[in-house]
Design a protein around this ligand. Structure first.
Ligand code: ADP
Length: 312
C-alpha cells in the first residue's frame, strides 16, 4: 500500500527533523556550557593569581619591617653598652616605627578580611563629620611640619551630620592625609569641607563633600581607576619605594561605598591630586525638631541658633 508507505516515510522524515533540531539544541547547550566553564576557569586562574600576588605582597611587606627590627635589635644586643645614648635612641626609634608599620599592615589585612566576609562591626552613630575631619587633620599636623609641608583645614560650617562609625570616617581621612604626606615633597595639603546638592545623577539629597588636595607627584590618567584596587601601587615596578601595601584606598572605598557615598580622584601628574569623599548628609533629629518649633512660631530663628550652639 503506497499511501501507507508514504505516511510512514513522512513520519520518519518528521522524526528525523525533530532529531536534527534536538541535536542542534544539544550542541548549543554543550557550547554554552563549555563557554561557561571556560569563563569559570579564567576566573579561577585570575583568583589564583590574586591569591599568589596577595601572599607575595603580604610576605614582602611583613618581611621588610621585620628584617629591619631584627637587624637593629641585633646590633644593639651585640654591642650592648658600646653605643652612645643618641645612637641607641635612633635605633630604638627605627624599631618603634617599623613595629607601627607592621601593626598598620596587620590591621589593614584584618579590615579587608572583615569587610570581605561581611563581619565588620560598623558601630554607626550620628556624627559631626567636621569634628572627625578636624581631629584627623590635627593628628597629622606634626608630621607635616616635620616634612616642611603645609596642612590647612577649612570648613563651610561647624556642623555637618551623617550616620556612620566615627573611627571609619577618621580612617578614610587619615589615609588620604597619609598619602598626601607621602607623595608630596613641596607645598602641602588643603582639606576642605562643604555641603553640595545632588552632586551626581540620580542623587536627590545633600552630600557632605570632603576634599583633600595635595601639590604632590600626581597620578597618571591611566592609573586613576586602578589605585582603588587592592594592593595596587603606581610605583610597583620600581620596587615599592614608599611605605604601604596598596590597601588604604581600597579599604577607604569599601567604607565610603558602605555609607552610600562616593570617593573620587582627579590629578595632574607633576602638579598634584585632589581626592573627594561624598557622604550623604543627615540632619540631626534635634535640629529638625527645632525647625518645627520655629515653623510653629514657638521659637525664633535666633533662639534656635543659640540653643543649637549651646548644645554643641
Ligand atoms: P598605599 O598604602 O600604597 O599608599 P593606597 O591604596 O592608599 O596604598 O594608594 C595606592 C597607590 O595610589 C599608592 O601606592 C600611590 O601609588 C597612589 N596614590 C595614592 N594617593 C596618592 C597621592 N595623593 N598622590 C600620588 N599618588 C597617590
Amino acid at each position: 500500500d503506497i499511501s501507507e508507505r508514504k505516511q510512514i516515510e513522512e513520519q520518519i522524515r518528521r522524526k528525523n527533523e525533530d532529531l536534527e533540531q534536538l541535536k542542534i539544541g544539544l550542541e548549543k547547550m554543550v557550547r554554552d556550557r563549555m563557554a561557561e566553564l571556560e569563563k569559570a576557569n579564567k576566573q579561577l586562574i585570575r583568583l589564583n593569581q590574586i591569591k599568589s600576588d596577595f601572599i607575595s605582597i603580604v610576605s614582602h611587606e611583613l618581611r621588610t619591617p621585620l628584617t629591619s627590627i631584627k637587624s637593629f635589635a641585633e646590633i644593639m644586643l651585640d654591642d650592648l653598652g658600646k653605643h652612645d645614648q643618641e645612637t641607641q635612641r635612633r635605633y630604638l626609634s627605627i624599631i618603634n616605627s617599623e613595629s607601627d608599620r607592621l601593626s598598620r599592615l596587620i590591621s589593614d589585612i584584618l579590615d579587608l578580611q572583615k569587610i570581605d566576609s561581611g563581619k565588620i562591626d560598623w558601630h554607626d552613630e550620628m556624627i559631626n563629620v567636621v569634628e572627625v575631619v578636624r581631629r584627623a587633620v590635627d593628628t597629622f599636623s606634626g608630621a607635616f611640619v616635620e616634612k616642611g609641608l603645609s596642612l590647612s583645614f577649612e570648613s563651610a560650617g561647624d556642623c555637618m551630620m551623617t550616620e556612620a562609625a566615627p573611627d571609619r570616617i577618621f580612617q578614610v581621612v587619615a589615609n588620604l592625609l597619609s598619602n598626601g604626606l607621602k607623595f608630596t615633597e613641596h607645598g602641602g595639603v588643603e582639606v576642605n569641607i562643604r555641603l553640595v546638592e545632588a552632586p551626581y545623577e540620580g542623587s536627590a539629597e545633600k552630600f557632605i563633600r570632603i576634599s583633600v588636595r595635595d601639590t604632590g607627584t600626581g597620578i597618571p590618567q591611566e592609573e586613576l581607576s586602578r589605585i582603588f584596587e587592592r594592593f595596587y601601587q603606581i610605583d610597583q615596578s620600581q620596587g615599592r619605594k614608599h611605605e604601604g601595601a596598596g590597601l588604604g584606598l581600597s579599604i577607604s572605598k569599601d567604607i565610603i561605598d558602605h555609607y552610600r557615598g562616593r570617593i573620587t580622584v582627579e590629578s595632574v601628574p607633576g602638579s598634584g591630586s585632589i581626592f573627594c569623599v561624598l557622604l550623604p548628609e543627615q540632619e540631626q533629629p534635634r535640629k529638625k525638631l527645632g525647625e518645627v518649633l520655629v515653623e510653629l512660631g514657638m521659637l525664633t530663628e535666633t533662639e534656635l541658633v543659640s540653643a543649637l550652639e549651646k548644645q554643641s
